[in-house]
Design a protein around this ligand. Sequence first.
Ligand code: ADP
Ligand code: MG
Length: 631
Amino acid sequence: MASEPEDDSSLYLTLLCWAGLLIAAAEAFIQPLPVGLGAGAMVVAYLAGGVPAARSALIELWQDRRLDIDLLMVIAALAAAAVGAALEGAVLLALFSLSQTLEHRAMGKARRAVEALMHLRPETALREGPDGVTEVPVVSLVPGDRVILRPGARVPVDGRVITGAGHMDESTVTGESLPVRKDQGALVHEATVNLDGILTVEVTRSLAHSTVAQMIRLVTEAQAMKAPSERFSDWFGQRYTIAVLAGSILAYVGFWLTGHPPDQALYRAATLLVAASPCAVVISVPAAILSALSAAARGGVLFKGGAALEGLAEVKVFAFDKTGTLTTGKAAVTGLTALKGDEAAFLTLLAGLEAQSEHPIASAIRREASNRGLAPAQIDGVRSFPSEGIIGRDPAGEVWAGNARMLDRMGATLPPALAVMADGAETLVLMGRGHHVLGAVTVADEPRATSAEALAALRRGGAAILMMTGDRQAVASRIGARLGLQPDEISAGLLPGDKVKLVDAATAKGKVAFIGDGVNDAAALARADVGVAMGVAGSEVALQAADVALMADDLRKLSAARALARRTARVIRQNLTLALGAMAVLVAGSLFFNLPLPLAVIGHEGGTLLVVLNGLRLLADPIRTSGRQNG
Ligand code: ADP
Ligand code: MG
């Protein structure tokens, strides 16, 4: 069952084995062939069908001290030959070889679905240099280079738009088919397609660190991280293989003692060996998981391994970060009060403080400043206080910006002039020096258009929903109401540590998933049973902390991924039932009903192929953001 890289040689050996079998069968059933031809064909069938399996099984036995199931097949065929049933042994080897070839091709198909992304990378790019635009190999691009993207061109490496605007087809990365508008400053991802517009893009990542490389690394690492049920089938396969071998020897002795002639006893023991081999059990779980991981990746959802997939299927509570996750994270400044009167000076200073923050609030403030044509002030030594705000210094001394908690930290009090602003249902950002408050802005963020639908789909699937935010209660309630959340599903005013505590508390109800954007919530992402990072096309930090990554900013991907995870769990259950059931029937048949060897072989290989094909159904079942979601 060792999965060799599939190549054509295994196909040729299978064909050779079948040719040998057919000639040998013609001799046996139709008419005698010229001397030695039938016997020669039989030897060819045995060698072509048995040697590859025997070779890899013996290497595995020698090097890893593992007993490979393939060895059981070879032993059974040899036993059949020894008692004069050579043709039946050849049938065994031919069917075994065929099913191995098909199985390897099928599994390879699942594996290659992600690697196909590699071929989407262009080979060359148009680099803008001191002496004009030249075509250069993509590997030679380094951060800071500028490349020109014409309509229809694929983005060669991750970058940021410097001039121009247009629409991108990002479906290769996010699984999202609608074009996405990109303006100046927007990030563009490797392997996505520029639909219209002529863009100049500054390279932000080299090829080795760009989106596709990240996705492939994640998925290949994922394949190494086994799911619990996968570990079970490995463990089971190993113990069980030894047991089957021992059991068959015992059965041989048993048949012999109960009066069977030695030849017949050996034949029946060989039949039992085939009937009881757990090939189907061992392949049933990886076939399903590998297919599901590939299908998910093509839909823009990366699972870090089968464990994450199985975990998501079992999640009972979904806890969401608000800002940037349930909401767009593209907040806008809605109000501004400068207590000393000069709005421009106030905003210049505030934008300078926020220049170094990754928080969605900070980018809203920077945008407002740039819309008003203001350049941010130079602020040094900026320190960030998660869920509070930031502190830095300019020539006049220390300045700060943040919420009521920051106000307390600075020993300041809310000036009466700001009371009206502070009562609203928008996020308030205060700025001050020491205990003097200089003014405030309000920032409003809206739920994503897709969030409510995604929450509803998760609810229909039987999950509980929680919203956790560091923002104020009034803001949380306003957003929560728009998303159809009940008051008891909302927790506001949280510090990052509080989110971790709430995640812990929620585990009383079952497995918990935390969904965040990685800003101020990496701890909760890591603590939850399943951490889901969203909108991470390109963000390495969030990818590290999470078990599941949604490449697109669309929570419907989460409900679709959960539905896929549940379908996978169902297919695994079907497969294990089928595999164990078929095995039980075949074993009973060979022990008590004198089942002929060829029938045992057909039942055994047929069962194995059936579970592989059943697992492969998941491959054709990619994640969509419409249609069936509440699986
Ligand atoms: P959420 O949990 O909704 O993602 P956070 O925990 O990231 O929110 O932030 C909570 C609050 O902390 C914000 O609503 C804001 O009041 C304050 N805050 C955080 N970062 C900043 C910042 N860079 N500038 C100003 N205020 C901030
Ligand atoms: Mg957040």
